[in-house]
Design a protein around this ligand. Structure first.
Ligand code: IMP
Ligand code: MG
Length: 171
């Protein structure tokens, strides 16, 4: 399927590095753990942490949502086997895209229950007009229109993650 470039590679790198510098400034001297939501945020994680110039740890969390016939309700299943130890850590939860907001909101609660000292959120992309769960990301790379996007970690049916840019998938 054809993909139209929405955010070019250089813009992604520039913006992610900028976010990294902001994170470094905000978390200097704090026990920071950046927890990335698999699999979509892997590339953003790799680029972000190299711009976070203060000591920090990384963790990974895997969450899958099973949506029923109605897209408004879904159950989020968190893979406990991977769960990083976040007790007394200042956690920055990183996801690829804020769509309805359900994934991020549920993971924030989950990390708080697991003893994080604080939990903030960062998303590479935020889709306009899709949010059903109120959550304001603390760091946001780009706001994008309501279209299905792939690349730079984001997939369609597990394909397209390797594209160096973010593009709109044309059906
Ligand atoms: P939310 O719980 O609805 O906010 O869902 C967020 C998750 O849905 C993201 O972590 C992505 O895995 C997936 N997602 C939502 N929109 C897109 C898209 O346009 N492209 C690829 N994945 C998407
Ligand atoms: Mg995802």
């Amino acid at each position: 399927m054809p993909v139209d470039v929405l955010i070019p590679e250089t813009d992604l790198h520039d913006r992610v590095r900028e976010l990294g510098r902001e994170v470094a400034r905000d978390y200097a001297g704090k026990p920071l753990t950046i927890v990335a939501v698999l699999t979509g945020s892997l590339i953003a994680l790799a680029d972000l942490i190299r711009a976070v110039d203060v000591p920090h740890r990384i963790g990974l969390v895997h969450a899958s949502s099973y949506r029923g016939a109605s897209t408004t309700s879904s159950t989020l299943v968190i893979n406990e086997a991977l769960a990083p130890d976040v007790a007394d850590r200042d956690v920055l939860l990183l996801d690829d895209i804020l769509d309805t907001g359900q994934t991020l909101a549920a993971l924030v609660d989950h990390l708080a229950v697991r003893g994080a000292r604080s939990v903030k959120t960062a998303v590479l992309l935020r889709k306009i007009g899709r949010q059903t769960t109120p959550i304001e990301p603390d760091y946001c790379g780009f706001t994008i229109p309501d279209a299905f996007v792939v690349g730079y970690g984001l997939d369609y049916d597990d394909d397209y993650r390797h594209l160096p840019f973010v593009g709109i998938l044309k059906d």
